[in-house]
Design a protein around this ligand. Sequence first.
Ligand code: WTA
Length: 645
Amino acid sequence: MSYPYQIQSLEAYHKAYRESVEDPETFWASVAGHFQWKKKWSRVLEWNFKEPRVEWFKDAKLNITENCIDRHLAEKGETPAIIWEPNNPQERTRIVTYNRLHKRVCQFAQVLKNNGVKKGDRVCIYMGMVPELAYAVLGCARIGAIHSVIFGGFSAQSIADRLQDAKAEFIVTCDGAYRGNKDIPLKAVIDDALIGNQTVKKVIVYTRTRTPVSMIKGRDLWWEDEMEHAEHQIEKEGKIEFPAEEMDAEDPLFILYTSGSTGKPKGVVHSSAGYMVWTNYTFVNTFQYQPGDIHFCTADIGWITGHSYILYGPLSDGATTLMFEGIPTWPDAGRFWEIVDKHQVNILYTAPTAIRSLMGFGLDPLKGKELSSLKILGTVGEPINVEAWNWYHEHVGKKRCPIVDTWWQTETGGCMITNLAGITPSKPGWATLPMPGVQPILVDENGKEVTEQDENGLWKGNLCIKAPWPSILRTTYGDHERCRLNYFSAYENLYFTGDGALKDENGFYRITGRVDDVLNVSGHRLGTAEIENAINMHAGVVESAVVGYPHDIKGQGVYAFVIYGHMHGDAESTRKDLLQTVSRIIGPIAKPDKIQFVSGLPKTRSGKIMRRILRKIAEGETGNLGDTTTLLDPGVVDEIRQGRI
Ligand code: WTA
């Protein structure tokens, strides 16, 4: 589909931007007019950031799967919706047409219904990157159940916490998942997560690896049996049809857990209509998708990028989306390029950490790979360093392809600040201009707009957004106050992103990174408090403090300072025990890169850990550590500095 709201020139961008700010209701009503609604809205937008309360397309009724599937069937029934590339390149690719996707999603919605899932119920999905994961997600949306996808790298304990928070009653999983040369036993992890769980009634297991699994009578079911049964039930006149549940515009579509600066991960809740409109609008405009293009987003569906730009954005546009099961470095570091060549990929969207890691293998893996199909490249998840940008531009895009540097967050649902491929200018390392509908503002600590330029002629401050865009998070599941405190209380009447940013004279933004206690490790969000809590669970640990430090490939690494009681064995084996503990409590993705044992931590007289000092030490700062006079015991700083690893 090509929409009238696809921006095709710089002037058109400025015009759209102006209109979106001057009269957002008219602007978004006009965009939303191109979707399929069961009933139109009574009001486009009502909001206040105090409570906060945001309602888009009030009273409208819809089902997002009709927009992602049904409405494309007449013209694109036999067009590939999903091209699936398996982990093992020897295995067969699967092509899922829109007709097939429709059939499978309807079938799976029936499976959910047969097992007692109703509108509003929470379904937790813990699967590898197989097409069935897409069917599960969309099947939930079809029946109006709220999906909560959990990334395969999280531990049983993390899953248990999320199941409890979401009060989930259903789980969809796989026996195992292939990632590189590993076979990850997903069902066994789920079994551990379910020990002591009181709410989960059914677990549906898709067979991927044929890893032996335990199947508990009355609770665990095979996907294949359930799907076959559903197929017979809903076949009418040779067609499979499961009516899409009528959803209110503001009914939650999904929960996605993400790390914040305090406590356990919170369940970010996205709405049905606003999320649909935003992911579609941003997909069409950022990537300048043209009918027939193959879009390859390398993210995992366990993260927001996969939700928005593997599934909902592309599918709502009738696009062809490529889903990859494996990892960029297996069987070798040429895998992405091989996939681009094999499937004639036109748009490649990946993370700076992946680019940096592939850069490390040199140019050999690119040899013999035909990359001329590529038209547009994109990055997301963290600031991209100029070196990586140049490499991507030169060796992957052959200097022909615009690179979009897209800044956004789990909470924003889709791209917020980014250049539009080939339409608005790019600047290496800069996300550049806001999307129509996004009104950024840089503020100082007191919430005052930054008006003074720094010595480089740039404005520098904390990045906030002044007004709601359609897919702003609506709440954090089960705890609205937490949502208010996290995002809407730091500065009055502003949404606070947690990021710091610079702005130049052209109005371009450069996101410099988090200003709160959130780390961005290989593009994964982790809270320092969350990792500290996990370390502190270890029997011998007295106290710990975790900070980030610059890491060549991961962007940020995790540095843990640990006060340990009596050591059981030597420091090295204790370190390994701690890594094991963090793996168990959160997952392998949160394992510290460095653990330094210390006898004390720098604290103020009121007992607060001075992270600023630890951060500087972790970063390798040897000189000035700033004011240490307020420390309870300044001596501890020298000891820590000397012991730095
Ligand atoms: C960071 C991922 C610089 C940022 C979609 C944000 C970026 C956090 C960029 C959200 C970018 C994302 N340039 N930093 N282009 N994109 N970030 O929730 O710190 O996993 O707050 O969403 O990633 O991470 P999340």
